[in-house]
Ligand binder design. Structure first.
Ligand code: NDP
Length: 278
């Protein structure tokens, strides 16, 4: 075999965009997908194949996988990266918003896995990368549906890893900490729209400031860090089951492991307060 094919979702910005470029540099044939294809035009000039994809739409998902298989004949790497944070108080978020959150972060990713697996099984190889978050292990107020979606993605990925290992397919979970992308602004905007008025307004404004505030901006890690982590995972013979990287990720996961729920609650409140003051 002389070439390998990678498919990256959520590639119109942030982690996905940089990952697609890094995989191209590694010699992969790369398919980069998102809804805003105009944002990906510069990537097509680099030689990356651009696909229009809404991960919530079955026709769109089918078309993407069919296109890759027809054009390249194989699929080696699937990077399920598309995602966003539907922030807001659990009391306030309409269930259709909650379902939309799971449609993108969970069902979109899982359906692309279902569509990719027959090809990977036939090849007897493949790597599925699911971009979760440290938010798949820890929690914050007003992020319930986002955390719920990432916790779900973690559990599904663990089960999947066991199911597909006999076919020579790897499943890898990526758990980024704070990364400088468009994610925070989108989450904060959703938060303020949903809970910026009413009983949770004070919490919502404080949390929006924490997410987008100076401390976050100053210390957030570059998306290159996560893209490099993904490249490392896909170019290793025996990848780890999880990779943790980015601002605050390792210490926060360690503290979650060590502290009781009550102590961790206090830590989360304190961290939010401190980051607003800076
Ligand atoms: P960005 O907002 O920069 O990128 C998100 C990408 O997801 C965009 O390309 C967007 O493309 C795509 N996307 C969103 N909805 C859909 C959809 N329905 N169909 C197809 N694509 C969609 O954020 P990041 O790069 O930071 O996020 C990438 C992943 O990393 C997400 O899963 C996020 O949860 C996770 N993460 C991010 C962290 C951070 O601090 N930034 C921390 C931990 C995890 P388009 O709108 O054009 O469709």
């Amino acid at each position: 075999m002389t070439y390998k094919v990678a498919f990256v979702t959520g590639a119109s910005s942030g982690i996905g965009e940089v990952t697609a470029k890094k995989l191209l540099q590694q010699g992969y044939i790369v398919y980069a997908a998102a809804r805003r294809i105009e944002r990906m035009e510069p990537m097509s000039r680099l030689g990356i194949h651009i696909l229009s994809l809404d991960v919530t739409d079955e026709t769109s998902r089918h078309a993407a996988i069919t296109h890759i298989m027809t054009q390249s004949g194989r699929l080696d790497i699937l990077v399920n990266n598309a995602g966003y944070g539907a922030y807001g108080a659990l009391e306030d978020i309409p269930l259709e918003e909650a379902r939309a959150q799971f449609d993108v972060n969970v069902f979109g990713a899982m359906r692309l896995i279902q569509l990719s697996l027959p090809h990977m099984r036939r090849q007897k190889s493949g790597t599925i990368i699911n971009v979760s978050s440290i938010g798949g292990k820890i929690y914050t107020p007003l992020g319930g549906w986002y955390h719920g979606s990432k916790f779900a993605l973690e559990a599904l990925s663990d089960c999947l890893r066991l199911e597909v290992a006999p076919f020579g397919i790897h499943v890898v979970i990526i758990e980024p900490g704070g990364i400088k992308t468009e994610w925070a602004d989108i989450a904060a905007a959703k938060l303020l729209k949903t809970s910026g008025h009413g009983p949770y307004a004070a919490q919502a404004h404080a949390m929006a400031q924490t997410i987008t505030g100076t401390l976050s901006r100053r210390y957030q890690s570059a998306p290159e860090l996560i893209a490099n982590t993904i490249v490392k995972a896909v170019t290793t013979d025996q990848p780890k089951t999880r990779y943790v990287a980015g601002l605050g990720a390792k210490p926060l996961l360690l503290l979650r492991h060590l502290l009781s729920d009550r102590l961790f609650d206090r830590l989360i409140r304190l961290t939010a307060k401190k980051s607003r003051r800076l």
